[in-house]
Design a protein around this ligand. Structure first.
Ligand code: AMP
Length: 443
């Protein structure tokens, strides 16, 4: 399968060739012809599958073909849950659209309204926005959405999780009814189906991989450890290869900051990215990580959406997410576009219940591997009564003096056994998915 055979214009094919894309990914092969036909599309695609190009390429083609007919008013609107994702999509649109005349701009919070107002005034074809700031512009009448022909809802499940449904409904009400709507979501949860039913017209459904599965090339590994020793274990793992770029997930913003301080004190170049940071600090942290100035980026779940770093080999879950689906999103940062990835989770006894949920959701066993010197005092439990952390659990007690010991990892594999509720060999279970909404602190 080639990009040529999907019906894309030569100007786009040229940019793709320069960008090094040789073949469409499965979601691109399925979605691009469908979007070019002009109908609505409901696509299940997880992060890292190439879904951005799946909507960006046909969008650019349509915008370029129609020319600049509407003056100042945008003709396409892409809604995303986070600022980082909006910025990422904007970059992609510019890269893919290098040889077509389609203008785009981002609209998101955390930065001044002024430049956004000016860009909208000058006139732009595609607006990539987060819902909150777009509503601000709508209220101030600095954006006119009456000429929007194409609406893309990217990571729609995430937007709902983040409480954007009321904002989405207000935005959708302001759009022309005659339009093409493309909805991308990692899952087709009932709330997504309801949204599609209300706002889409007989959408075609595409699902290139079963919902909530992670990239097949990602290996999963759990290191059981006492909560109080997680920081030491993280440092130990990072010190095994200090040049490797590592993305570390923390459940809370406060935990992310504390972890960065600890890592910096131990001599590592680390930065945090979360919702309490200014947009400039977030942009800088991401740029430093991408350029290799920092080797460790500690992120909360929501802030991490949209982080796209080529060939990120390893993702570490310093603590497990309260919602099992977030594990899938976290892991989507590695194993992208066909590369191999490793997902390592540091799991303490009180997170046993969360690990069990993740195993059920993934429908696969996760290798549980003790690290020499870090075996926990309390084993993981994967039976029905497995414990869960409190909502505002204190993340860490003060760490002991860090021991950055280079050399052999000294891992002792403990196999992939099924949940046995005991302390020996075990793995996250394999049963039917059960959806559970947690109350993790938002990024
Ligand atoms: P996405 O799922 O859109 O975030 O894309 C994930 C990663 O895959 C990004 O780094 C893209 O640049 C890359 N990518 C997307 N499509 C292709 C393709 N056809 N060939 C190679 N890499 C791709």
């Amino acid at each position: 399968m080639s990009f040529e055979s999907l019906g894309l214009a030569p100007a786009l094919l040229r940019a793709l060739a320069e960008y090094g894309y040789e073949q469409p990914t499965p979601i691109q092969a399925a979605a691009i012809p469908a979007v070019l036909e002009g109908g609505d599309l409901l696509a299940a695609a997880q992060t890292g599958t190439g879904k951005t190009a799946a909507f960006a390429l046909p969008l650019l083609q349509r915008m370029a073909a129609a020319g600049h007919a509407t003056g100042r008013r945008p003709r396409a609107l892409v809604l995303t849950p986070t600022r980082e994702l909006a910025a990422q999509i904007h970059d992609n649109l510019r890269d893919y659209g290098k040889y077509v005349k389609v203008s785009s701009t981002t609209i998101f919070g955390g930065v001044g309204m002024g430049p956004q107002v000016q860009a909208l005034r000058r006139g732009v074809d595609v607006v990539i926005a987060t819902p909150g700031r777009l509503l601000d512009h709508m209220q101030q009448r600095t954006v006119d959405l009456s000429a929007v022909e194409v609406l893309v809802l990217d990571e729609a499940d995430r937007m709902l999780d983040m409480g954007f449904l009321p904002a989405l409904k207000r935005i959708l009400a302001a759009l022309p009814r005659q339009r093409q709507t493309l909805l991308f979501s990692a899952t087709f949860a009932p709330a997504i189906k309801a949204l599609a039913l209300e706002f889409m017209r007989e959408p075609r459904e595409i699902s290139v991989s079963p919902a909530n599965t992670v990239a097949a090339l990602v290996s999963h590994r759990v290191h059981p450890v006492d909560a109080s020793r997680k920081r030491d274990l993280l440092l130990h793992l990072l010190s095994l290869d200090s040049r490797r770029q590592t993305l570390v997930f923390s459940r809370t913003k406060h935990g992310a900051d504390k972890l960065v301080k600890f890592l910096e004190a131990a001599g590592l170049r680390a930065a945090a990215i979360h919702g309490n940071k200014s947009q400039n600090a977030r942009t800088r942290a991401l740029a430093d990580f991408k350029s290799g100035r920092t080797t460790v980026l500690v992120a909360t779940d929501i802030a991490a959406r949209g982080i796209d770093i080529d060939q990120l080999p390893i993702v570490v879950n310093f603590d497990l997410p309260m919602v099992a689906e977030d594990y899938v999103h976290r892991i989507g940062r590695t194993g992208r576009a066909g590369a191999e990835g490793l997902a390592v989770s540091l799991v303490s006894h009180d997170e046993s219940g969360l690990l069990r949920d993740i195993g059920r959701l993934l429908k696969q066993d996760i290798a549980i591997v003790d690290v020499d010197g870090f075996a926990p005092s309390q084993p993981l439990r994967l039976d029905a009564g497995a414990p869960r952390p409190q909502q505002q659990r204190q993340q860490q007690r003060p760490a002991r003096a860090p021991k950055a010991s280079p050399g052999s990892p000294a891992h002792r594999p403990r196999g992939h056994a099924q949940a046995n509720g005991g302390g020996g060999e075990h793995a996250a279970g394999n049963r039917k998915r059960r959806r559970r909404r947690g109350t993790a602190a938002k990024a």
